[in-house]
Structure formats: C-alpha cells, structure tokens
Design a protein around this ligand. Structure first.
Ligand code: S3P
Length: 188
C-alpha cells in the first residue's frame, strides 16, 4: 500500500521532524492529519486554517478580495513558519507543494507524505462542500483531472506515497504510521 520515493536531506533525526501531508483537494489531508497527530501525540495544523486565522478571512474571501497569487504568498509564509515550529502534523493545501520554495522547504525539513486518491473518489468528496474557490461553478472531476496532470509529478517527489482507497480514513492513518515506522519515525 505504501512505497518510498527519493529520500530527503536529513539534518534532524526523522522522529523530530514535521510530517507534511500533500495531495489534491478531497484527499483527506485534514481528517487523516488530525488523527495521525493524535496517534503520534504531536500537534496538528491545517495550513488553510492558519492562513484564514492570519488573514481574518476565509480562503474563498482571500481569493475573491486579493486573488490567488496573494493566497499563495500567504500559504508559503505560513508553511515556512509551521515546518520549523517543532514537530507537528501539517495538512497542506492542495496547491502548496507546487511552489518550488515550499516544496524545497518541506523536502528539506519535513517528512512529506502524498495521499494519493483515485479521481472519482476525490470528485465525490469535494462535491459535498462548496468552500473551494478553484471548484466554484465548475465540474469538480474535470478540474481535479487537470490538476492531477500538472501536480502529480510534484506530489510524486514526496518521501512517502500512500495509496488511499474509498475506505475509512483510519486505514490511511494506519498505512502512514506503518510507513513512518519503516522510515525510522516511530512514535506510536
Ligand atoms: C487548493 C486547495 C485547498 C485550498 C485552496 C486551493 C488547491 O486546500 O488551499 O482552495 O490549489 O488545490 P485543500 O487541498 O485542503 O482542499
């Protein structure tokens, strides 16, 4: 269920590192991340939530009022702060790992985990909420398919890839824990 891609330059032992979850919208980064953090007994942060707190606005409002570039800038800064802020589980927004600087930082200082999920499952999940500006007024599956084409090569640079099926999020949590253990990051 899991496999390893290239390693990251480790200047800290892995067990002290932040675990950054990456992947498309609907992959379950927030839910899986929250449960993973509980199991590892380390704090959980959701990058989108932290951006919203800092801006006093929702992600949609930031996109509407200031544009995507402004959001991406905030995203880069928030993730830079959180990655260095002691070990935590960090759920990143779907586009964060596309930014070269952010990806470089995560690769260097964190253990990155790609939650890889089938497009049909993603499309079904994102359809339940209308809070994502990139999907507003569009066919979610079409958008996700295009995003997957451009983003999967970057996500594929994550240290660990976990294939998540349609089953419960706890299955993904278990798979990540197992893989982290294989990578020397065991804190169960
Ligand atoms: C985005 C994903 C969202 C959020 C924003 C843009 C993206 O986060 O950051 O709407 O570019 O894929 P989730 O992946 O948590 O939905």
């Amino acid at each position: 269920m899991t496999h390893q891609t290239g390693g990251s330059s480790a200047d800290k032992p892995r067990r002290e590192k932040t675990i950054a979850l990456v992947g498309l919208m609907g992959a379950g980064k927030t839910t899986v991340g929250r449960r993973l953090a509980k199991r590892l007994r380390i704090p959980f942060y959701d990058a989108d939530e932290e951006i919203e707190k800092a801006a006093g606005r929702t992600v949609s409002e930031i996109f509407d009022e200031f544009g995507e570039a402004h959001f991406r800038d905030g995203e880069r800064k928030v993730i830079a702060r959180l990655v260095d802020d002691g070990p935590c589980v960090l759920a990143t927004g779907g586009g964060a790992f596309m930014n070269d600087q952010t990806r470089g930082l995560i690769k260097d200082r964190a253990v990155s985990v790609w939650l890889r999920v089938d497009l049909d499952i993603l499309a079904e999940r994102v359809s339940r909420r209308n809070t994502r500006p990139l999907l507003r007024g569009k066919n979610p599956r079409d958008v996700l398919e295009k995003l997957a084409e451009t983003r999967d090569p970057a996500y594929g640079q994550a240290d660990i890839v976990v294939d998540c099926g349609p089953g419960p999020h706890d299955t993904a949590v278990r798979a990540i824990l197992q893989s982290l253990e294989q990578h020397g990051y065991a804190r169960t």
